[in-house]
Design a protein around this ligand. Structure first.
Ligand code: SER
Length: 306
C-alpha cells in the first residue's frame, strides 16, 4: 500500500463513520499565539475542543501537515523521527468518546490494514480504568498487553488536553536494542508507536490549572510515515515511498550510494527530512528570517546544507 493509498484509506474509513473530511490546515496557526507552527492534527481545532467556536460537524477527520523540531537531533538516527510528518486524525467535539475511539482504531488497524493482533500493544494512563476495561473486555486484549504509564497524558502548551492511550506494534527482536529491559516505551526501534488516542477532557490555562471541559472530546493522531513503513515492510520511514525518492535523487546529485555507510545514510536521511520540512514551510508562506517561524526555517535549511 502506498503512502497515498494509506492516507486515503484512513480518511475514507472515518468518512464511513460519519466524519467530515477536511484538507490539511496550513502550518501557520490562525489566531494562536501559543504555537509557532502546527505540530499536531488537533492544533487547528483548539477552539472547537474548548467550546469557544462551533465546529462545522461534531466529527472531523484530517491528514494534517505537522512540523515538530523537538526531535531534530534524532532525525536520521532513528527509523521514526522527523521534523515534518503527516498526522492522520479523527476528532470528536463533544460527540463520541473512549468506547468508539478505541473500537474504531482497533477495527482500522486489524481489519483494514491487516496488522497482526498478537503484535499489537497498548498503553493507557495509570489511573484510566475505563480505557483498561474497554481494551480488555470489549476488544478482548489480554491484560498483560495493556500497559499503564504515568506519562500517558497529552498536551501541547495551554489548551485542551487529557489522558491518552497509544497503540504500538512489536517489530521483532532483531529491530531492538537487545537490552534485557527492552519493552514498550524503550527508545529503540523495536516497539513502534503508531497511533495516539487522546481523551481530551481538560482545559489547561497559562498558570497550569486543569479545568474539566463541559463536553468530552476525542483527538487522535496516527503517523502516516510510520504506518507506511510497517505496511511496506521497510526498516525505516525513510525507505517508504513517501521519502525514499528524495534519497534516491540526493544520491544522484551527490554521487553517493544509500546503504553503504552509516554516516552517509544519516546525512541522506537528514537531507530528505529537512527538504520535506523546508518545502512545506515555504509552500505555506514561511520565509527565512531572524525570528519566529522564519528562524526555524533558516535553522533547518542551514542544518540540511551542513
Ligand atoms: N494530539 C495527539 C498527538 O499529537 C494525538 O493526536 O499525539
Amino acid at each position: 500500500m502506498t503512502g497515498n493509498e494509506l492516507r486515503k484509506k484512513f480518511l475514507q474509513f472515518f468518512a464511513s463513520k460519519n466524519h467530515l473530511v477536511l484538507p490539511s490546515y496550513s502550518l501557520i496557526p490562525e489566531d494562536d499565539p501559543t504555537l509557532l507552527m502546527i505540530g499536531a492534527g488537533m492544533a487547528p481545532f483548539k477552539p472547537f475542543f474548548t467550546g469557544k467556536m462551533k465546529p462545522p460537524q461534531p466529527r472531523i477527520a484530517t491528514s494534517q501537515k505537522c512540523v515538530r523540531t523537538g526531535d531534530i537531533e534524532n532525525v536520521g538516527r532513528t527509523a521514526r523521527h522527523h521534523t515534518f510528518f503527516e498526522m492522520l486524525g479523527n476528532f470528536s467535539f463533544g460527540d463520541y468518546f473512549k468506547k468508539e475511539a478505541i473500537a474504531w482504531a482497533w477495527e482500522f488497524v486489524t481489519e483494514h490494514l491487516g496488522l497482526p493482533e498478537d503484535k499489537l500493544w497498548i498503553t493507557i494512563h495509570t489511573k484510566d480504568d475505563e480505557a483498561f476495561e474497554i481494551w480488555h473486555k470489549d476488544i478482548g486484549l489480554p491484560a498483560d498487553r495493556i500497559i499503564r504509564m504515568e506519562d500517558n497524558f497529552w498536551e501541547i502548551g495551554p489548551g485542551p488536553c487529557g489522558p491518552c492511550s497509544e497503540l504500538y506494534i512489536d517489530l521483532g527482536e532483531d529491530r531492538g536494542c537487545g537490552k534485557p529491559d527492552c519493552a514498550v516505551g524503550c527508545n529503540c526501534d523495536r516497539y513502534l508507536e503508531i497511533w495516539n488516542l487522546v481523551f481530551t477532557q481538560f482545559d489547561r490555562d497559562e498558570a497550569g490549572n486543569y479545568t474539566p471541559l463541559a463536553k468530552k472530546n476525542i483527538d487522535t493522531g496516527a503517523g502516516l510515515e510510520r504506518i507506511a513503513s510497517v505496511l511496506q515492510n521497510k526498516r525505516s520511514n525513510f525507505e517508504t515511498d513517501l521519502l525514499f525518492p528524495i534519497i534516491e535523487r540526493t544520491c544522484r546529485v551527490a554521487g553517493v550510494a544509500y546503504g553503504q555507510s552509516e554516516k552517509t545514510d544519516v546525512s541522506l536521511k537528514v537531507i530528505a527530512d529537512h527538504a520535506r520540512s523546508l518545502t512545506v514551510m515555504i509552500a505555506d508562506g514561511i520565509l527565512p528570517s531572524n525570528e519566529g517561524r522564519g528562524y526555524v526555517l533558516r535553522r533547518v535549511l542551514r542544518r540540511a546544507v551542513r
